[in-house]
Design a protein around this ligand. Structure first.
Ligand code: NAI
Ligand code: MG
Length: 372
């Protein structure tokens, strides 16, 4: 068990929270006998400083044959006018790895989450969905036209791009519970690319996931329902790049603090236990992926020990699950916020209204993981 991880801590709070998350990985190794080879490298402002580029070709090469990339965060005001900008390193890694399925879980975890959410507790209690955003196509790519008085971004989707990402949604639903529906969010009422998306998505589900209920939802109406009735979407939501960008930030807002939100970007559908992935397989029996917190480098709090390490730790849990097929260990780490049942973890960082520093929060997490 185990495999090879490329670790790119990045800038500001990136290295602070990555260091703490890796202590959790040490505990997992001790408990399971799994071994993870760790290769540390640069991406972001730190790479700009050393190599005058946000990511080097050598690092991009490594990303091609690594089991997983564990990423912190990139950027900061000191590289404000740099060309390229520090965040471009991550975009280049995404393109190189073809990690087209960006996954963000949105889960009601504990009191600590509720206390910071702007939404009433009775509305968000029980929320548990996975939002999958297509991340290598659509309006953000393609041939752009930018003139003095005219701008154009072609919003294109090809069959292969749609099929591969909606298969991730189908595979996830099958793994968790085929009774959980999959929602596909689009604007088929006005966009041709959405109508093609909708038609091909239905073809894939009828043929490959006949047991899963597929429901279409217009993206604008989904945006409203996520605020008023978010539990209605428990299950999986899959959508294109643009809608996914907006809806995933909205879903992030539901839970209150950026310090709690992990993400995974996968190069293929997750494999069921005991099976090999069909696309994007790595050497560890899982799927190639990049794992990072949703938050950025938080320069306003970096160097002060104030960052909440939870989002990075939960990203580690996703890595164990999808890239290394370590489902039990992933579950144990992912549940760490819930482990004190009603109250959630009592130790809390400032973003959760507490007094703890990064180290104390991390030690509380390590203590919980160590007991599992
Ligand atoms: P940010 O996510 O870094 O920070 C937004 C706010 O949330 C700040 O007040 C920050 O202190 C707080 N925050 C973020 N993470 C936290 C944590 N773990 N614990 C406690 N509080 C936390 O977003 P911002 O300020 O817009 O961007 C800062 C830099 O990060 C920019 O250079 C931006 O481009 C970059 N960025 C990088 C990303 C990446 O590497 N994937 C993603 C988003 C932004
Ligand atoms: Mg966004």
């Amino acid at each position: 068990k185990g495999g090879k991880i490329l670790i790119l801590p990045g800038d500001h709070v990136g290295p602070e929270v990555v260091t703490e998350a890796l202590k959790v990985l040490d505990i997992i190794e001790k408990h399971t006998g799994a071994r993870f080879e760790r290769d540390f490298d640069l991406c972001g402002g730190c790479s700009l400083d050393k190599h005058k580029d946000s990511v080097t070709e050598a690092v991009l090469k490594k990303c091609e044959d690594i089991d997983a990339v564990f990423f912190g965060s990139a950027g900061g005001p000191e590289w404000g006018t740099s060309q390229p900008n520090p965040e471009s390193g991550l975009l280049r890694i995404r393109a190189r790895m073809q990690i087209f399925a960006n996954m963000r879980p949105c889960k009601f975890a504990s009191k600590s989450m509720v206390s910071r959410s702007p939404i009433k507790e009775e509305i968000i209690r029980g929320v548990d969905f996975m939002l999958i955003r297509e991340n290598c196509g659509g309006a953000y790519y393609g041939k752009k036209i930018e003139e003095e008085d005219y701008g154009c971004d072609p919003w294109e989707y090809r069959r292969s791009e749609i099929e591969r990402v909606v298969r991730v949604a189908g595979a996830l639903a099958m793994q968790h519970d085929p009774h959980l529906p999959v929602w596909s969010a689009d604007k088929a009422n006005v966009l041709a690319s959405s109508r093609v998306w909708r038609r091909i998505t239905h073809e894939v589900f009828e043929k490959e996931f006949p047991k899963v209920t597929l429901k279409d939802q217009l993206a604008d109406s989904l945006a409203m329902l996520l605020i008023t009735k978010p539990t209605a979407f428990n299950g999986v939501i899959v959508t294109d790049n643009t809608f996914g960008d907006i809806l995933s930030d909205e879903a992030g807002g539901l839970t209150g603090s950026l310090g709690l939100l992990p993400s995974a970007s996968l190069a293929g559908p997750p494999a069921s236990p005991g099976q090999k992935p069909t696309l994007g397989a790595n050497n560890a029996g899982g799927v190639r992926g990049l794992y990072e917190p949703v938050h950025g480098s938080a320069p306003d709090i970096s160097g002060k020990g104030l960052a909440n390490p939870v989002a990075q730790v939960l990203s580690l849990a996703m890595m164990l699950r999808y890239s290394f097929n370590m489902h039990d260990e992933a579950e144990a780490v992912a549940n760490v916020l819930d482990s004190k049942a009603e109250g959630g973890l009592e130790v809390r960082t400032g973003d959760l209204g507490g007094q703890a520093d990064t180290r104390e929060m991390s030690e509380a997490i390590q203590g919980e993981v160590g007991r599992l």
